[in-house]
Ligand binder design. Sequence first.
Ligand SMILES: Cc1ncc(COP(=O)(O)O)c(C=O)c1O
Length: 438
Amino acid sequence: MLDKPNTMSSFWMPFTANRDFLREPRMIQSAEGMYYTSSDGRQIMDGTAGLWCVNAGHRDPLIVEAVQKQVHELDYAPNFQFAHPQAFELSGKLTAMMPEGMNHAFFTNSGSESVDTALKIALHYHRMRGDSARTRLIGRERGYHGTGFGGISVGGIVKNRMHFGTLLTGVDHLRHTHDLDRNAFSRGCPAHGAELADDLERIVALHDASTIAAVIVEPMAGSTGVLLPPKGYLQRLREICDRHGILLIFDEVITAFGRLGAATAAEYFGVKPDIITTAKGLTNGVIPMGAVIVSDDIYNSAMENAGAPIELFHGYTYSANPVSCAAALAALESYEQNDLFRRAALLSQPWEDQLHSLKGLPNVIDIRNLGLVGAIELAPREGAPGARAYEAMKRAWDAGIMIRVTGDIIALSPPLIISEPEITKLVQTLGEVLAELP
Ligand SMILES: Cc1ncc(COP(=O)(O)O)c(C=O)c1O
């Protein structure tokens, strides 16, 4: 092996300002519950559950033990033509948490893979039914569906798309629902904008419904900076999809497993999609894993109509890896034992009250919240969009809290184990940072 110096630049960091980070690294050494310990020995409160995934808090003993036990017993087993019992146990437990009639899970390793899988299953479904002209996929402006080519094609975040060529063909986008003029400082879902779902009728009129396979949306858009669905919007989208035979996919990679105070956003909003994508909280972030949950109709149409012995030519080497399954089973157990979804629901009111107390601080142009999710939108600096929130993120780290920023929006999504005094501490610390921020 070549004797190369070990420089920090050997790690090309994802979604990171690498050059700036190397000048001023923010390094994490360990974690426990609500807190990280930085490599300089400071306690940093996790205001974001990692990347929206550590719902039960860090190093949950149930999950740590289950992973250790599993890796000693069965480290790996293929799930192509063979299987292991945990995969069945997990799919049973997982689908039991899903809306009525959604009883089949396909396992992946990430949110991006879940999205690609869901899009492929939607195309496959129509083809199985002899409706093979339905190939168009409809996403939404500002949507985030991971970083695979499928996800960035239906996604609507410009920087995630613009450098990567022409993407998938046959994709169109609904208008986004962000409307500060009408909805700034709403508590919970905004009152205005349900009619934006009718944008799907425009797309149907343009392409004809007979060419459209599916619509994919985040029921609550997170990574783009927390855009909440206007009241009635998701119901209306469901109705229009039904009218035209279009499948509705909810990308629940961040909303599943308690974030809104229910097992899924579908349950929270009372709107049932045909496909739900999940990842992140499925294993509490401990081991990469995702799952796509589909309706009985979708599963049965593959089982009944597929010609070849294999019904769906799709899968991953690590689909339902035994160690991931053990982590997921323990995560679901921990959510249940600690009643974490209900806890999130109960905390959502004090969370809302605390967050909205930041109104009036310099440059704060909106505050929004739902479940245990919050966002503070800042006015951009002249000629430097994103710079103000980026500086807030760095100052927050110095002040002992981890926040996440997208453009000039600060997003908060703490582990669901957060206590009321910790909510106060998180919001107060952020308030102090914002008060001083130029
Ligand atoms: C809604 C949504 N879909 C997909 C993804 C991609 O997940 P991953 O980063 O695990 O590929 C994310 C990640 O934030 C997400 O929020």
